[in-house]
Design a protein. Structure first.
Length: 639
């Protein structure tokens, strides 16, 4: 049922109050959700660190046990006692060593698993049969060593077994530390995380070791009985009315009889956020009251010109922008009437903008055309031109049906556009399976050349993801070529009066296109001119060659970008250095040294087309030595 308001003032008050309530409530909910996410993230990170500390502690204890067991295995006095065959003598030696190293139990077992001596009370001696899996693992180890966490006689132990040689293997030495409350409290003091170790008994889980209070410990036993999974996991548990985030994982060989649970209280993590929520709620109530009072004062002044404004709105809806609203007042309503007049002027300009927007390609170009005058025929400026093309697209087009071909092409062009626009470049046009982009026109930055190179590296890095998307469409993996050149070009509106296009022209544009064509020849994804390299001092490049392309008499050095120089790994940096040295030997006509250098590089990168190209070129130069004016430049007559 629609709500009817008795007055315009009431409508304003309800609108302001409702809008404020909605916005503030949304803000409170967003803050609460963000705090909950942050608390959960902090707890998850803390639990991961605690789990790592837990595993580290177990590993350190295991090393100690191995060291102590090997010490006894090598003890001559113990071997002498063992040789007597006297049970009391052997047990006394075991007990003495256990007390000396601080272990909780020690056993001496026959190779078949029978008990020779056991330092535990006689009532627990039969539990040695539970060591079968540990001994089986020791038999499979080349050194006869094995470790495990197991339940023996209803208690949990971290165990290590090593063989006793006399000099042939004669028995198994088993040594262990008990896992109990002391271990849990030490880990809690280190990590401020609740630690519980649980043992599965016939009637359910038993938290034999825990830093939790008794009610929470009992709740954990009951909760685990209904939700245990064998793989480690993070889960939310409610224990005795307290909500915890817990990490659970099996400790024993079978994966389920002995479980570690690490817990952090979600309630404690959210305590500070609840205080913040109370403060925000108080601010909200105060702001609501203040807004209602202010709205009431403002609404009392909004009465007279409403009809005039309504009529003006109807004229605007009909497309009549010629009759402005009469501005008779100088208060807020008068300003609103003036805004109507400005709006009508803006709508008139909007029609002109729409006409211009239909004649340009990219929104950035349209905004640039509207922001300032550009000379008809263009203006000269420094631009980095970026050409990208899919290699072998003709073959792809022959193999793929048209519908799939369009989807594949759209996927590639979308990825290329994202990389270009992500670095502040502008896509000038799509040329079939290629893209022509500009860095420096119409938008200009201080580091346009660097942005273009980084965009190319971003696109190459995104190729695996694009290949997966293309593969999902049924296509084959793609290869792209990118050519980049920085030069003074003419940028401006070109075409006809009925259809304009913002573009750049000049020799530098043609060179960028030629460089893109050279990528397949050198077996690289990106080829950059020396003028672009000069504008990127913090990036690392590998010089590929010095070339003279079709349509140009001057030669140009070409490079492959490697990435940000300070982030290059040492191996990549060393490869670049060795490549530079081999290239210098090649240009110095030291064929033997150059060939050795390229051969070594080829062994490191056996699939590299670049090194094979130089070795083929040197074979020709050996047969037909170059003249005295040769500087290593190679000419290409094809595009």
């Amino acid at each position: 049922m629609p709500i009817h308001f008795a007055s315009f003032r009431a409508r304003i008050l309800v609108f302001v109050a409702g809008l404020l309530v909605v916005v503030q409530a949304a803000g409170l909910l967003a803050v609460q959700a963000a705090n909950l996410r942050e608390a959960r993230r902090s707890i998850d990170e803390a639990l991961e660190l605690t789990a790592a500390a837990f595993q580290r502690s177990l590993e350190e204890r295991r090393k100690i046990l191995v060291e102590k067991a090997l010490l006894l295995s090598a003890d001559f006095a113990f071997k002498t006692a063992m040789a007597t065959g006297d049970h009391d003598t052997i047990l006394s030696a075991l007990e003495n060593h256990r007390a000396r190293v601080g272990a909780d139990l020690m056993l001496l077992l026959e190779l078949s698993g029978g008990v020779i001596a056991d330092t535990r009370p006689a009532a627990l001696a039969g539990a040695a049969s539970e060591l079968g899996p540990l001994l089986a693992r020791a038999r499979e180890d080349e050194f006869g060593e094995a470790s495990s966490i197991r339940s023996l006689g209803g208690a949990a132990y971290q165990l290590v077994t090593v063989p006793l040689f006399m000099p042939e293997p004669r028995a198994w030495i088993v040594i262990g530390f008990a896992l109990g409350d002391t271990f849990a409290r030490e880990l809690q003091q280190q990590t401020r995380t609740q630690v519980s170790l649980l043992l599965r008994r016939p009637d359910g889980w038993d938290a034999f070791c825990s830093t939790l209070a008794e009610p929470e410990r009992e709740a954990l036993e009951a909760r685990l009985s209904g939700s245990w999974r064998e793989a480690p996991e993070l889960a939310t548990l409610v224990l005795d009315g307290q909500e915890y985030v817990a990490w659970t994982a099996p400790l024993d060989d079978e994966g389920g009889g002995l479980v570690a649970v690490l817990q952090r209280s979600l309630e404690e993590a959210l305590a500070s956020s609840r205080r913040l929520r109370a403060q925000l709620l108080a601010i909200f109530v105060f702001g609501l009251l203040l807004s209602l009072v202010g709205s009431a004062l403002v609404a009392t002044r909004v009465t007279r010109p409403v009809a005039d404004l309504a009529r003006a709105a109807r004229r605007i809806r009909a497309g009549n922008y010629a009759e402005p609203v009469a501005v008779e007042q100088r208060d807020e309503i008068g300003a609103l009437a003036a805004s109507f007049n400005d709006m009508m002027k803006g709508l008139t300009e909007r029609d002109q903008v729409r006409d211009m927007l239909g004649r340009v390609v990219a929104p950035e170009i349209a905004r640039e055309l509207l922001s300032k005058e550009i000379e008809l025929g263009g203006e000269e400026r420094t631009v980095t031109v970026f050409f990208c093309d899919v290699r072998g697209f003709t073959g792809i087009a022959e193999r793929e049906p048209p519908e799939r071909l369009v989807r594949i092409l759209n996927t590639v062009l979308t990825g290329a556009s994202a990389a270009i626009e992500g670095r502040g470049g502008v896509v000038e046009e799509y040329m079939g399976d290629g893209v022509k982009a500009l860095f420096g026109a119409p938008l200009e930055h201080e580091d346009d050349a660097r942005r273009a190179v980084l965009a190319a590296l971003d696109l190459v890095a995104a190729l695996p993801q694009l290949d997966r998307e293309v593969a999902a469409l049924g296509g084959s993996p793609l290869a792209i070529g990118i050519g980049i050149n920085t030069a003074r070009v003419v940028a401006g509106r070109m075409g006809s009066l009925s259809r304009l296009k913002y573009t750049v022209v000049g020799d530098g544009v043609n060179l960028a296109s030629r460089l893109e064509g050279l990528t397949s020849r050198y077996g690289v994804g990106i080829v950059v001119s020396e003028s672009t390299v000069a504008s990127c001092p913090d990036l690392a490049f590998r010089e590929l060659d010095r070339v003279r392309v079709k349509g140009r008499s001057a030669s140009v050095a070409i490079f492959e970008p490697l990435g940000v120089a300070e982030r290059l790994d040492p191996e990549r940096r060393e490869q670049a250095r060795r490549h530079k040295a081999a290239l210098e030997r090649f240009r110095a006509r030291d064929w033997d040294a150059a060939e050795a250098g390229f051969a070594a590089l080829a062994r490191h990168e056996p699939g590299s087309r670049l090194y094979a190209l130089y070795r083929e070129r040197m074979a020709i130069l050996r047969a037909e030595p170059p003249g005295p004016d040769w500087d290593g430049t190679v000419s290409y007559d094809e595009k």
